[in-house]
Ligand binder design. Structure first.
Ligand code: GLC
Length: 562
């Protein structure tokens, strides 16, 4: 197991969506015993396994599943669909035994409406837990919602509760009421939850929508999207670029800049307290899901002097167009914005967005592009997060509207297909349900499962899976890829290629990626002449002399020693 206070800087993380990973009891839903069965696949200590060092688990806590686990009804228990607390303990010890750290999803902007805290809160206006959530009177003779805030999915952020005749706030579904982070009792209760899991062996947390925790105390309405933010407002929403304005236009009824219901300064104080708790325990880490249109605002969640989140997802990379320059500029921007001690974290896919291979892929080019992305992800300076199935090139599932399960697709976005497409069951082998379950899988199996599965690719040395394995194990032996510095190389590099140097204690590695569908020639300066090829995405290139000038095949990526 990676050890030391900064083990997470060296780790390759893997995200598991538990409902979809492995079903051990045939009910069609993945579970913890199923995951335990598959730990050897993830890391058995040898290069025959994927070699990941940590898993981030999407939530498996008790939940009525209006938002598939992101609505939690008991923070300190496992949902019976997934198993028991004993299964969790076994998962931690089996994972640790294989050198895999366990990272949990902390979903505390909101709870489920079925959480006992909310049940008490809504029971009467004078209940001691009333103020644990955010309640407000309606306004005007027609008893309208307190302000114009919209939830982050679709629709108003306020729901009227007939029983106590007030509105409550929910930044997501009405079944996900927002906790009141200005209430010190709420902070203490969540701190207890954090300690509960740390004491049970968890190695850290991914913080769900942490930028939404605290809201404007005066509950001011958000300005319309088309009004440019004033100087004082930029601190919380940043500057809105033209593309962002256009993006807002697509969500017609949601035409507002979320000025007053996210990125509140108090959230930084909450995160500093959270960090203090984590720091009381050895070797713990955290990563934030911080969404903002301005990377300067997202970068601020590292805190001052590294006192907030250890890591922060940089989602700008997921929005890039398929252009070498777009990826290079996005990385350079993040590198330049981060405080000196801040550590980047990169991902291309997760349970909320279209799988990268389907987003970036184009017909028969998809697999070559997936390899190139793998090389980029695993060689940048920062911690890589792989989404389950990405390593076998699992593609987005296309579902007819009547089969959608995700509330976002089902009822909230008339024009949105929801997020089921990236949540289809893991494809283990050919045949029934791709080996995920002996029963009926909760979501259909994704496309091309007869080929895009673990068993099939395991046998093929040229498969995407075996490429991931080789690259991950190679990464472990190259300190320059882990702690080394990052520098873009532009001299002699064609515009549709992206090249960078990773350097550590005199050891220099060059990553050269060709984003074009045609061969490209790199005329590198003599000081950057490669001496040895470590790995290429193209199986046709055999290790050895890379040649000068360096010719890259279509979509080829090379990792070279200088
Ligand atoms: C985060 C999660 C997403 C969830 C939302 C509300 O964005 O990643 O799946 O729906 O928060 O909890």
């Amino acid at each position: 197991m990676l050890t030391g206070a900064d083990w997470w800087k060296k780790a390759v993380f893997y995200q598991i969506y538990p409902r979809s990973y492995m079903d051990s009891d045939g009910d069609g839903i993945g579970d913890l015993p199923g995951i335990i069965e598959k730990l050897d696949y993830l890391n058995d200590g040898t290069a025959n396994s994927l070699g990941v060092d940590a898993i981030w688990f999407s939530p498996f806590f008790k939940s009525p599943e209006y938002d598939y686990g992101y609505d939690i009804a008991d923070y300190c228990d496992i949902d019976p669909r997934f198993g028991t607390l004993e299964d969790f303990d076994r998962l931690v010890s089996e994972a640790h035994r294989r050198g895999i750290r366990v990272m949990l999803d902390l979903v505390v902007n909101h709870s489920s409406h079925e959480h006992p805290w909310f049940k008490e809160s809504r029971s009467s206006r004078d209940n001691p837990r009333r103020d644990w959530y955010i309640w407000r009177d309606g306004v005007g003779p027609r008893n309208r919602p307190p302000n114009n805030w919209r939830n982050h999915f679709f629709g108003p952020a306020w729901t009227y509760d007939e029983h106590t005749e007030q509105y409550y706030l929910h930044s997501f579904l009405p079944q996900q009421p927002d906790l009141n982070w200005f209430n010190p009792q709420v902070r203490r209760a969540v701190d207890d939850v954090v300690r509960f899991w740390l004491d049970r062996g968890a190695d850290g947390f991914r913080l769900d929508v942490a930028h939404v925790y605290c809201k404007d105390e005066q509950f001011r309405s958000n300005p319309p999207f088309y009004r440019r933010p004033k100087a004082a407002e930029k601190a919380s929403i940043g500057d809105l670029s033209l593309p962002v304005y256009l993006f807002y236009l697509l969500g017609l009824p949601e035409l507002q800049a979320k000025l007053y219901n996210q990125h509140h300064p108090e959230t930084h104080r909450v995160l500093k307290e959270f960090r203090k708790t984590l720091d009381e325990y050895p070797e713990k880490t955290s990563i934030g899901e911080i969404v903002g249109q301005d990377p300067r605002v997202t970068a601020s969640y590292y805190g001052t002097g590294n006192d907030e989140l250890h890591m922060n997802f940089y989602f700008d990379l997921t929005h890039c167009r398929w252009k070498a320059g777009a990826f290079r500029r996005a990385v350079e921007r993040w590198e330049s914005l981060l405080p000196a001690e801040a550590w980047p974290a990169y991902t291309f896919s997760n349970h909320d967005i279209v799988r990268a291979i389907s987003r970036f892929g184009r017909g028969s080019d998809s697999d070559a592009r997936a390899r190139l992305l793998a090389m980029l992800l695993l060689t940048l300076r920062g911690t890589p997060f792989i989404y389950y199935g990405e390593e076998i090139g699992m593609k987005e599932l296309r579902l007819p509207r009547r089969l959608l399960r995700d509330p976002v697709g089902k009822k909230w976005y008339p024009f949105h297909r929801g997020r089921d497409g990236c949540r289809s069951p893991m494809q283990w082998k050919g045949g029934h349900a791709a080996g995920f379950t002996s029963g009926d899988p909760w979501l259909p199996i994704g496309p091309e499962a007869e080929r895009r599965n673990v068993a099939f690719q395991d046998k093929d040395p040229r498969s995407l899976l075996n490429f991931y394995r080789r690259l991950i194990w190679l990464r472990k032996e190259q300190p320059a890829l882990i702690t080394g510095s990052y520098r873009s190389v532009v001299e002699g590099v064609p515009g549709d290629c992206y090249a960078y140097l990773r350097e550590d204690k005199g050891k220099r590695l060059l990553v050269a990626l060709n984003f074009a569908a045609r061969r490209r020639k790199l005329c590198l300066p003599p000081t950057l002449e490669p001496s040895r090829l470590l790995i290429s995405t193209a199986e046709s290139r055999t290790a050895g002399e890379p040649g000068s000038p360096l010719i890259l095949d279509s979509y080829e990526g090379c990792l070279l020693e200088l």
